[in-house]
Design a protein around this ligand. Sequence first.
Ligand SMILES: N[C@@H](CCC(=O)N[C@@H](CS)C(=O)NCC(=O)O)C(=O)O
Length: 120
Amino acid sequence: MIKLIRKSLGSLIVFFNWLFKPKQIKRTHDQQNQINEQVKGLSLYQFHGCPFCVKVRRQIHRLNLPISLRDVNQHQHYRTELLNQGGKVKVPCLRIEKDNNVQWLYESSDINQFLEKQFR
Ligand SMILES: N[C@@H](CCC(=O)N[C@@H](CS)C(=O)NCC(=O)O)C(=O)O
């Protein structure tokens, strides 16, 4: 029963998110290409109906960032990666790979702040 309520609420949030998508920032072609390169080391571990993940996906959409999304409910290996390397199965979590270093950033507000700082 609880599972059903959570699923329905998740779908509702996803629907309203779709209905009221934030406006995407526009960049020149060259600027966008540069950003596309910069985000190559980022991936977001998340799942579709999670409200905190929707919050981060909105930020990603607004900042126009082609960050790869890894659904931990649909792909067991992403869940295992998150647990073994990040430390816990809590989403959203941003995997940040830079200069052969990997960092796992939890908490939607911290992720959004990081993205804002890096890409706005
Ligand atoms: N304060 C966290 C809350 C994240 C959260 O509660 N995520 C849920 C899914 S919607 C989760 O992963 N729960 C599993 C757990 O807490 O172990 C954030 O803002 O990111």
